[in-house]
Design a binder for this molecule. Structure first.
Ligand code: ZN
Length: 489
């Protein structure tokens, strides 16, 4: 039995000023896939953990592994190159089954449903009868095509996302049981005219916790193989947009539909509970300065690098530079020209220029700094906290640490996830000892930062991943859509 494994993950934001390229995915093919993911806490790591341990006689066929930081649509030619490579690898492998790890909210130029496209390619190669199991991020946008073409869909149960590995394991176990004839997966979904803010949708408390608990009870009781809630990330401007619930049962299609619909109705009923209150930046900084000890974490979700923002906002930075800090503050910023200036100045040199606001010129303006160049690096770092790419080394291009008074600015050529304190630690900044740490994340940061933060504020700045959904320039989403509309449903 030949089982192919593949991944291609990215979350899109259709308001981002930055397009995605082939190189952003840093793809590898064939045996290099195993080197990247075996023993790592990723979905692919979870696939391999189960497949390596099975007593069934199988051959693992690694096809591709790719992950890109969030941004806008992948360029047309680059997307064609990605899908072509996936198709060629899969056709050459000619597997009996496929485990596929994707995000679920990926778009490309000319393609609103990248996951559906990958499934269409895979289904054409494998034919109608062979199982394809797809794992997705909790923020996936479920489409009719995905549900039609996949044998089963398995989503994360956590936000912040800390169960990538377990999701991969669950999918691999379901595949093995399907291949052994123990399970005949049947899948149903229920879509809602709803998008919700990310800030209040934690799965360890509040309404999403209760809904996930209900989904897990269905799985634990044996009534379902997998029940997944998909409160889609809200910055996709596409026609088939909205939250969904997907249920997979063992040959019980009516039960799958009933489970998905029941949970979706519960999510709809509780939609108002996800409304978020944001704190003005000056108020959050004042509160941080009033505390005897830090760190106070300011979450600038409108510039979240995990939600498709470019990471170049000066919305918090401009206030931080003026604040009467008494201890260090840390902030991440994407600004390639400033990195180049820092390299030109050299370590212990001085950079005097306007920084930030270089991609999203609409939402923030560059601010003047005179800064000391503390450190220069190649920008590679290894994620350690449970979450994205745990154990995997990624690069943010060249990077520099600029010091301006108490403010330590980690400037990079390319974007990076900011949910893991290791981002700063890898560049000589210890968040625990900071008075203020700025993360560019609506909620994912809580997994690693809540245990060490003395206070947390989600701050109000403009940006392309703003929680102010009613103010975003949606053009293509279906209407009515809550919370853009409040009646007509
Ligand atoms: Zn997510």
């Amino acid at each position: 039995m030949k089982i192919a494994i593949a991944s291609c993950l990215q979350e899109s934001n259709n308001f981002s000023p930055v397009a995605t390229t082939y190189d952003d995915f840093n793809p590898v093919f064939g045996p290099a896939v195993l080197d990247r993911h075996r023993g790592k806490l990723t979905e692919m790591g979870g696939f391999l953990d189960v497949l390596d341990a099975t007593e069934a006689t199988i051959t693992i066929q690694p096809i591709c592994a790719a992950w890109a930081i969030t941004a806008n649509r992948c360029r047309r030619a680059d997307f064609a190159r990605l899908t072509k490579a996936f198709a060629a690898g899969l056709a050459a492998a000619n597997p009996d089954a496929l485990l596929l790890a994707m995000h679920g909210a990926q778009t490309a130029q000319g393609e609103d449903d990248v996951e559906g496209r990958f499934l269409a390619i895979a289904r054409e190669i494998l034919g109608p009868g062979k199982p394809i199991i797809l794992t997705l991020d909790l923020h996936a946008n479920i489409t009719q095509r995905m549900v039609t073409l996949a044998t089963a869909i398995v989503g994360y149960h956590t936000y912040p996302h800390v169960d990538m590995f377990e999701t991969g394991q669950k999918a691999a176990r379901l595949l093995l049981r399907t291949l052994a004839g123990e399970v005949r997966p049947t899948m149903a979904y229920h879509k809602l005219p709803l998008i919700i803010q990310a800030e209040n949708s934690q799965t360890y408390r509040g309404p999403m916790h209760e809904l996930i608990t209900a989904a897990q009870a269905l799985e634990a009781s044996g009534q379902a193989e997998a029940v997944s809630l998909f409160p889609v990330q809200p910055w996709l401007d596409i026609a088939e947009m909205g939250c969904a619930v997907v249920a997979v049962t063992n040959h019980q299609p009516k039960a799958a539909q009933a489970q998905a619909t029941k949970l979706a109705r519960q999510l709809w009923k509780r939609k108002a509970e996800f409304e978020t209150t944001l704190t003005p930046v000056p108020d959050a900084i004042a509160a941080a300065l009033a505390l005897p000890a830090g760190p106070t974490v300011l979450a600038e979700s409108s510039d979240s690098t995990g939600s498709g923002s470019p990471g170049d906002s000066t919305g918090v930075l401009k206030h931080l530079l003026q604040a009467p800090l008494t201890g260090p503050a840390a902030i991440f910023l994407v600004d390639p020209a400033t990195v180049a200036a820092a390299f030109a100045a050299g370590v212990s040199g001085t950079v005097s220029r306007r920084i930030g606001g270089c991609f999203d010129k609409k939402n923030s303006k560059p601010v003047p700094v005179q800064a000391y160049v503390k450190l220069l690096s190649d920008g590679s770092w290894t994620a350690r906290a449970r979450g994205y790419n745990t154990g995997i080394t990624t690069s943010m291009g060249r990077a520099a640490v600029l010091v301006c008074g108490h403010v330590h600015i980690l400037v990079a050529e390319r974007s990076a996830m900011t949910v893991d304190p290791e981002l700063f630690r890898s560049h000589g900044i210890e968040p625990v000892y900071c008075q203020i740490v700025v993360v560019k994340s609506p909620n994912g940061f809580r997994a690693a930062y809540e245990p060490l933060a003395k206070a947390i504020f989600v701050v109000d700045t403009p940006g392309v991943s703003s929680a102010n959904l009613r103010q975003m320039p949606f053009k293509n989403v279906p209407r009515p859509l809550y919370p853009l509309d409040t009646e007509g449903f």
